[in-house]
Design a binder for this molecule. Structure first.
Ligand SMILES: Nc1ncnc2c1ncn2[C@@H]1O[C@H](COP(=O)(O)OP(=O)(O)OP(=O)(O)O)[C@@H](O)[C@H]1O
Length: 304
């Protein structure tokens, strides 16, 4: 959706009516109707109006997300607002997701890196923990920017690239950064999909998921479980999978879930039992959704 608040404010300030616009600039009534409905209008028309009003076209309109939570994240991200939803999502999701996978950084240390771009090296923190924390901040930014696009293998691989580039693992000749795995791996003592079968299995999963018309939180959870059981990357599957779940929740107007490190045993059990019993993982993710709802409530952000 597009907001024309900037255009309307300028018209009001200059005492120009929409009828004046149509007469003076030859703008069609169809375009005026599009503006009223918040639909996109042509770039040439927008430039014409900007010239007439003596301002930059970017000041006349801006895209707004249908999902209010996504729009708040975008506004706070671009305005670099501190202490809001964007700030807390970055710190809490990055801390929990990375700590679950072995990072030694505490939540306070993660917060310090986000807020000041500095580290307190007193405890001898591994460089990779710091790199992966900063990479995770950038990966959340990428998810926020791309939230409304269709979920593709290329998007998922790019998330992996953002997280893993320049790490110690990335220097191993067989470790594919931003690409599916080259060596077979296991998770929770179980076989995962073999490297040669990963592209096909991922495409099948994506095709089935993208064919759904009304995606619910249960579909996002099921995608997450199937993704983790394929385990398409050499490493980083947990973090990439949770970022994909964040994107899909933002895309479909679903309250996202943050799996807290303290709940990781329920989460792992949920993934492990998924084939037999879906309740474990579902309850853990819904609990993660409650964590996010508490954050929205604290920040007095309305949600349904
Ligand atoms: N039994 C299981 N079945 C399926 N998936 C599982 C199971 N147990 C754990 N997982 C998933 O696998 C992830 C761990 O995989 P992987 O090590 O590739 O990713 P990563 O952990 O993000 O990061 P790191 O590279 O820092 O270890 C867990 O976070 C979880 O999502």
């Amino acid at each position: 959706m597009v907001s024309y608040e900037g255009l309307l404010v300028r018209l009001r300030e200059k005492g120009i009516t929409k009828t004046d616009l149509t007469k003076e600039l030859g703008i069609s009534s169809r375009t005026i109707a599009k503006i009223a409905k918040g639909e996109k209008i042509g770039a040439v028309t927008l430039r014409k109006m900007a010239e007439y009003l003596g301002c930059d076209p970017s000041l006349l309109c801006r895209e707004i997300a249908a999902n209010a939570v996504l729009q708040i994240l975008r506004d706070e991200k671009s305005a670099k607002i501190s202490g809001g939803l964007y700030h807390e999502l970055q710190v809490r999701m990055t801390y929990n997701s990375n700590h679950m996978e072995g990072s030694r950084l505490t939540e306070a240390e993660t917060r310090l890196i986000f807020e000041t771009n500095t580290v307190d090296v007193g405890d001898g923190i591994p460089v990779d923990d710091i790199l992966e924390t900063v990479h995770h901040f950038r990966a959340i930014d990428y998810v926020i920017d791309m939230a409304e696009t269709e979920l593709t293998g290329e998007f998922i691989k790019h998330l992996h690239y953002i997280l893993e580039h320049d790490t110690a693992d990335s220097r191993l000749p067989w470790f594919a950064v931003g690409e599916y795995k080259k060596r077979a791996n296991m998770i929770g003592g179980r076989e995962t999909v073999r490297p040669k079968d990963v592209p096909g299995k991922m495409q099948e999963l994506l095709d089935a998921y993208n064919a759904k018309t009304n995606v619910t939180v249960n579909d996002v959870i099921a995608f997450h479980a199937d993704f983790e059981s394929i385990h398409p990357f050499q490493d980083g599957n947990g973090r990439v999978g949770r970022l994909v779940a964040l994107k899909e929740c933002l895309r479909h107007g679903i309250i996202p879930f943050i799996i807290e490190d303290s709940k990781k045993l329920f989460y792992y059990r949920g993934l492990s039992e998924w084939g037999r019993e879906k309740g474990w993982l579902t309850d853990t993710c819904l609990d993660g959704q409650d964590t996010f709802i508490r954050l929205l409530d604290t920040l007095e952000i309305p949600h349904s």
